[in-house]
Structures are given as structure tokens and as C-alpha cells.
Ligand binder design. Structure first.
Ligand code: TRP
Length: 461
């Protein structure tokens, strides 16, 4: 198999399980490990987990199936796949714009993802060397602030993380992506289990369990549904062609429906397990649950610093976060990378390096958002980082996801879709079209409108 040069379209995952692991590697990321546990706790615990599962089933899975099936049908980069499929079904070649949107979203997301992942890498070292052992809350908070205030340090870790990502993707599907995934995913499972055992013995397990699973329906608001949907969407890496690009390498005999359900189950399992590893440690130390970066980079190091073997397990936690981030980062490059390799018949490594440089430069904006440019704001008072984050996650991804399912259900020939999915019975086909062609896009539309509405209102005021 021509792995490092010529067209990317001849490449295949070695077997169905490697696709499952690769897609799960893309899905499991920063979103699962700090975002999910916190929002579940705040939006009604077990009640939110139920809502989230409904969103995964009703929206996430149909969109992912659509993306993967289109990828496998087109067998090329998302841009070329869209061009091919549009032609095959007699539609305008302008549908390839969907592929371009994905490429853009990939650049934007990776540019900041690498910066944040760099923080996790820094914290492996900081925790491991005992910086937080016995430290006070002020000291831990201050050390995070000092780190953020130093562009040089942030750039150093961003560069290291990005360089590793680029090195891996440059090696191609089997030698790069698969090799990394074969190592990182099992290690990630082992680390998570070790942390779960540690959390179980921390003395705060019951409280952590209650925080995440008690059915607090009174804490569920209409907004919780939107949050659950947005999370389902982001955590499964949908809407930008990542799954389409990975789908292009799926062997012909893999059953798509069950494969996608497996991926969604792994992703959900890890999100829940992450919560069960984090909260007991926080509660065992009598700390408050803080949001986002604060929870991961201040509260947790503080909690680990108070515990026996805390520097070891703290370092393991950040190692887990870094592994989760790198398998996601790899997947963010694939839509653009596979396109450039096909279009210009270029060497994967060379293209990978060029992509890396672009993301690195864009990422400087995120680095400076935390120090030099912290006062520079764009639309709606957002910093550069917040703007890039908002535009990619709340605009490009939902728009992409909606259009992808719409195309897969209403524009692709029906028999082709049924064949790709192995659907034989007419009623299954109807049910699938109802779910993926009506329910899923309408739900995404609701999220989309509700997230951009405040922005539009802000612009018009
Ligand atoms: N799913 C990843 C997470 O939970 C992030 C991610 C990776 C992603 N690739 C993506 C999100 C593509 C959207 C699209 O952190």
C-alpha cells in the first residue's frame, strides 16, 4: 500500500476495529474529560446523563452514520468526496463547499486545541515533579496564572504538541495514525481505570457518584437540552468531515450501523468514567467544583496535591488528557491533509508540515489571548481565542452537520444509502430516513439558531 505518497484514497484501516479505535480516539478528547463531567453535574446529574444519551442516539449517531457512509462511498478527502457524490446524484458541484468548511473548521479548532493540549503536557511535568504537593489554593491558582501569562512557555508546549501531531500524521494512515492509536488508546483505558480505582479509594466516591447520577430533574432547564445536544455533537467529532475522512478508509465489509454505535458507546463510557474519576478526588478534599480550565488546571492539581501518591496520579491524569487530545488532534488534520495530498499529488509529510505551520501561526492568536492580547476583543467582546472557538464550534460545525445529513438522506440515491448501510427491509429504511433526515437536522437547527441568536441580536443592537 502506498502509504506516504501518491493519492490518499488507496489507504484502508487494517481492520474494522482499527477504525473503531481511531474514530473513538478522535471523539474522546478535552470535551469528554473536563467538559462532560462538569455540565452533567450542573444540569441535573443523572437526568442530564439521560438527556445526553437521547441526544447521542437521536442526533449524534445518525449524523455520524451519514458522515461515515458518505466517506466510504466517496473514498477520498471530504472535498473530493462531496464533489463526487454531488456528481453521482446529479447535484451541483458547489456541495464541495461543505468539505471546505470542514477544512477551515479543522484549522481553527486544531490551532487552539494544540495550545490547550500543551497545558496538559506542561501539567504532566509540573504534577510529576511535585510542584503541587501540599500547595495552597492560592499557590496553585497563581502558578496557573503565571503559566498563562508567559507567551514563551505556552508557545513552547504548543510547538511540542503540534510537532508530535504533525510527525504522526505525516507518516500516513497505517504507519502514523494506526500506530499512534494502537499505543495511545489502550494506555488511555489503563490510565482511566487506574484513576478510577484511586478515586474509588479517595473517600469522596459516594459524593462524586451522587453529583453525577442523582436524578435532579429540577436542575434541568430548556437550555440543558441545547447543552446536551451541543456536547453530543462536539464530543463525537461531527460536522467538519473528520468522520467522513476516516470513513474513506473503512473496509467494504464493515457494518456501519453497529460500528458507529460502538464508537458512540466508547465515547460515552469514557466521558462518564472521567466524571467518576474526577469528582470524588475534588470532593474528598472538600473543594468546590469549578468550571472548565479552572476545574482541570487548578482544582484537580490542588486536590491531587493533598493526597497520598498525588503527584504520581496527578501526572497520570494529565498524561491521560494529553493522549486523549493527541488522538483528537490527529483527526482534525485529516480532512485538509487528505485533500491536499490528492489534489496536488504531494507527499504526506510535506503537506503535514505546511498544515502544522499554518496552525502554529493561527495558534499564536490563542496563546496571546491569555497574555499580550487579553484586552483585544472582537465581535461580542470575545478574545481571539473565544472568537475562533465560537465561530468553529457554534457556527461551522452545526451548519456542517445539518447539511451533511440533509445531503445523505435527501440527495443521495436511496438504494445507494441502503446498500452502504446493509438495510434490506423497507420499514428500516423509512425509519432511518425519518431519524436522520428529519429529526436529527431539526434538532441541530434548534441548537444552531439558539446559539447564533444572541450573537445576531448583539450585532444588530
Ligand atoms: N471530539 C473531540 C473532543 O471531545 C474534539 C474533536 C476532535 C472534534 N475532532 C473533532 C470536534 C472534529 C469536532 C469536529 O474533544
Amino acid at each position: 500500500m502506498a502509504d506516504t505518497h501518491t493519492s490518499g484514497s488507496g489507504q484502508r484501516w487494517s481492520n474494522r476495529w482499527l477504525f473503531v479505535l481511531a474514530a473513538a480516539g478522535s471523539a474522546v478528547g478535552l470535551g469528554n474529560i473536563w467538559k462532560f463531567p462538569y455540565i452533567a453535574g450542573e444540569n441535573g446529574g443523572g437526568a442530564f446523563v439521560l438527556i445526553y444519551l437521547v441526544c447521542i442516539a437521536a442526533v449524534g449517531i445518525p449524523i455520524m452514520v451519514s458522515e461515515v457512509l458518505m466517506g466510504r462511498q466517496g473514498r477520498s478527502s471530504p472535498i473530493h468526496t462531496m464533489r463526487k457524490l454531488a456528481k453521482q446524484s446529479g447535484r451541483s458541484s458547489r456541495w464541495s463547499i461543505l468539505g471546505w468548511m470542514g477544512v477551515l473548521a479543522g484549522f481553527l479548532i486544531l490551532s487552539y486545541y494544540a495550545v490547550i493540549a500543551g497545558w496538559a503536557v506542561n501539567y504532566i511535568l509540573a504534577s510529576g515533579s511535585g510542584t503541587f504537593t501540599g500547595a495552597s489554593a492560592e499557590a496553585v491558582g497563581q502558578s496557573f496564572n503565571e503559566f498563562l501569562a508567559s507567551p514563551i512557555e505556552l508557545i513552547a508546549y504548543q510547538t511540542g504538541f503540534l510537532a508530535l501531531t504533525i510527525w504522526i500524521v505525516g507518516r500516513g494512515v497505517t504507519k502514523g495514525l494506526e500506530a499512534a492509536i494502537r499505543w495511545f488508546m489502550p494506555l488511555l483505558f489503563v490510565l482511566l481505570i487506574a484513576l478510577l480505582v484511586y478515586a474509588f479509594n479517595s473517600g469522596g466516591f459516594d459524593q462524586g457518584l451522587a453529583f453525577m447520577f442523582d436524578m435532579k430533574w429540577e436542575a434541568v432547564t430548556p437550555e440543558s437540552w441545547l447543552i446536551a445536544m451541543g456536547q453530543a455533537f462536539f464530543t463525537l467529532s461531527l460536522g467538519m468531515g473528520t468522520m467522513m475522512a476516516y470513513g474513506a478508509y473503512v473496509p467494504d465489509d464493515a457494518h456501519l450501523g453497529s460500528t458507529v454505535v460502538t464508537i458512540a458507546l466508547i465515547d460515552t463510557f469514557i466521558a462518564i468514567a472521567a466524571g467518576l474519576a474526577i469528582f470524588p478526588i475534588v470532593f474528598a478534599n472538600g473543594l468546590e467544583v469549578a468550571q472548565g480550565p479552572g476545574l482541570t488546571f487548578v482544582t484537580l492539581p490542588l486536590a491531587f496535591g493533598q493526597m497520598p501518591l498525588g503527584s504520581l496520579f496527578g501526572a497520570l491524569f494529565f498524561l491521560l488528557l494529553s493522549f486523549a487530545a493527541i488522538t483528537s488532534a490527529i483527526s482534525l488534520t485529516e480532512p485538509a491533509l487528505s485533500f491536499l495530498v490528492e489534489e496536488y499529488n504531494a507527499k504526506r509529510q510535506r503537506v503535514a508540515v505546511s498544515l502544522g505551520i499554518i496552525c502554529w501561526v493561527l495558534g499564536l492568536g490563542t496563546v496571546f489571548s491569555f497574555n499580550l492580547w487579553s484586552d483585544v476583543t472582537f465581535v461580542g467582546g470575545l478574545t481571539f481565542f473565544d472568537t475562533v472557538d465560537y465561530f468553529s464550534q457554534n457556527i461551522l460545525l452545526p451548519l456542517g452537520g445539518m447539511l451533511i445529513t440533509f445531503f445523505a438522506i435527501w440527495l443521495l440515491p436511496r438504494d445507494l444509502v441502503d446498500k452502504q448501510l446493509g438495510i434490506e427491509k423497507a420499514w428500516v429504511s423509512v425509519l432511518w430516513r425519518l431519524l436522520a433526515g428529519v429529526i436529527a437536522p431539526l434538532c441541530v437547527l434548534a441548537v444552531f439558531v439558539s446559539t447564533i441568536w444572541p450573537l445576531l441580536a448583539g450585532l444588530l443592537m
